[in-house]
Design a protein around this ligand. Sequence first.
Ligand code: AMP
Length: 212
Amino acid sequence: MKIILIGPPGAGKGTQAAAVKSRFPVDHISTGDILRENVRAGTPLGVEAKKFMDSGSLVPDALIIEMMRERLAENPAGGFMLDGFPRTVAQAEALDELMKEMSMSLDAAILLETSDETVVKRLGGRRVCSSCGAIFHITENPTSVDGVCDVCAGPVIRRGDDREEVIRRRLSAYHKDTAPLVEYYEKSGLLRRVDANGPFDAVKSHLESAGF
Ligand code: AMP
């Protein structure tokens, strides 16, 4: 299965991807996670990307496309679920090219439909484990011990870009640059819409009903 997840920041792409992965043998590839690893490791890509990430804007297409070309080549035969890529029409076109070069095709583009209000509420309360990446929420899914990851006991923190003013900028980047992908995948017949405004279990069951 080769699918992509589209949706605004806070739509639940990362959280739902983990649930889909437990049902299907797919490689979960999150561009945000790869970028954050590069930032932590201080690679040239990380140093360049950090400037954009901190301000809530998108990292330039050329950097992202090269990064994904390398990542997809690591497991050419396997199924994958792309979380956070493509995020612009140029990236979607580059992905189509890459897939053609690798003689593969996409099965679906899942749109997690979420209102701006839901996004602001979710991201304002989101906390993440800086060791294993597990995702929590201060009221919906709190850790058992404050600040300590339930999965690996690592430190649970608020992402720097989950501050309200940055959330607003990330949302405008979504509406301007990523929302046009909806039409792009609608035209190719790959788009599947899923209501992602409700709690985790409700969204999970919508996804299951859609076959994922
Ligand atoms: P995410 O974890 O998916 O919310 O991504 C965090 C940040 O990484 C975004 O706000 C962007 O700055 C950057 N980013 C992640 N994926 C992409 C992408 N496909 N294109 C451009 N920037 C990206």
